[in-house]
Design a protein around this ligand. Sequence first.
Ligand code: PMM
Length: 265
Amino acid sequence: MTPVRPVLLGVLNATPDSFSDGGRYLAPDAAIAHGRRLVAEGADLVDVGGESTRPGADPVPEAEELRRAVPVVAALAAGGIRVSIDTRSAAVAAEALAAGATVVNDVSGGTADPRMLATVAASTADLVLVHSRGAASTPPRYTDVVAEVRAEIEERVAAARAAGIADGRLVVDPGIGFAKGAAENWALLTHLDALRVDGIRLLVGVSRKRFLAALVPDGAPADARDLPTAVLSALLAERGVWGLRVHDVAGTRAALDVASAMGSR
Ligand code: PMM
């Protein structure tokens, strides 16, 4: 069996209000130190975000998102760390790329900002297209969640291709928790193979998400979801995902090492 070694994106939310780590890394020095720690723990990329995407979060003016994210991107990239920018704004993406980011991670799949696809196309960066359906706080109904998400992912891939972004620069992500409840999330994870687009990498973000709350004691803090996240990460690695976006890099790295040791005998 091939050893299991997905790429790990360490989450760095430079925001006051992200669900599990809001406010901890708002100051640039704290954010930069945490980014370096994530890499020391085994992250391959640090995913820097200056806008919380949790349901009900306040929208952030572009200038504020730039102020939060760009200095952190610049400092990490200058230290040789691979950085992705988690943004729905083309202007923020452009500034972050100029500051050294090499991946744009757009949780709207390029739908929130009409300039996003052209901005990425004009660069050499990779683009993560995350599936969503707009307002994350009101999960819409699906009759066949796997088929519908698959079709909507294909639509976003077609738009990116039409904008001039080659398949080798694209990554797709089912958007766990984005306009989806627990049942939809589990269905998508169970049928991940059906979401694959030939020749395009697959990234999944389950870390600390609300659907994992049912697996830990009532009222447990968000980081109590790190162990379920690590176990799920190992299972997803066995299904051949290209990458995983996680908060607790050390725990998930350990889980992946176990999966890899099993798979390589
Ligand atoms: N989830 C969040 C933010 N960015 N990016 C990708 N590619 N996939 C995700 O699932 C994803 C993301 C929300 O999680 P957070 O508020 O805990 O960072």
